[in-house]
Design a protein around this ligand. Sequence first.
Ligand SMILES: [Zn+2]
Length: 280
Amino acid sequence: MAPTHALRNTPAAVVLNALEALTEKKVPARKRQDIHHLDPLLHSPRQNRLLAALSEKEYETLLSHLELVRLPLGRSVYGACDLQKYLYFLTEGIVSRFYVMENGSTAEFAATGNEGVIGLATFLGGNSTPSQSSVVSAGYAYRMRGDRVRGDISLGGRLPHLLLRYAMALTIQAGQTAACNRHHTVRQQLCSLLLASTDRLHSNEVKITQDLIADELGVRRESVTEAMGHMQGLGVIRHSRGRVVVLNRAGLEAAACECYAVMKHEQERVASSCSQGHGH
Ligand SMILES: [Zn+2]
């Protein structure tokens, strides 16, 4: 489980490792049993915002290379230093990118929903990352071999540009998370996490345990329990085993740190740059 690199849980290390994660090299492989024969009519690749931004012609060309994959809760999409052969374009659910330290403690530095993709190392020139990508909200993705996209660069397709734009957004997210971990309270971070999760899930309910939240934030479970209890006392959320319901979104926004708004804004900028080139 632990990455091969000695990582220190400092904000600077998190940023550096996040950047390194986009260019790193290494080996192993993934199993094929993740592939399920699911109904593509219920899960269009266009539900992913990057794929939705492609011209009809480019989309049609890529379609035969996309395979629908189920992403059950807890599934590791890529472990630390796994060879990343595929790009996973999420259509539903949330995948968290995080580090596992040598002592087993964890911290998330970025999350991805249907606005993005997992496996950028295959495209950016590295083959793996020292970080891991795991499913924190069950969903689906369409996956495609990375060498397929690399081939597209010479063909002048739009997808390479979109992947680079998303890599930039990820870098911003990682940097903001590093500052957030350093300067904002667990309560503020919890509220930001819940807001971002409800946005990605298009729901006011998030199926998530306190243990998982603690892993994502890199804090003790007791701190999450205290923060959840406080927000429930204010009537902003209701939580029960493995489930958090947002009752008062404005209240949650008021209690969140500024990081939620910064990351939301960046997501909207990516979406806008995607839609600007649509059809070209
Ligand atoms: Zn923050």
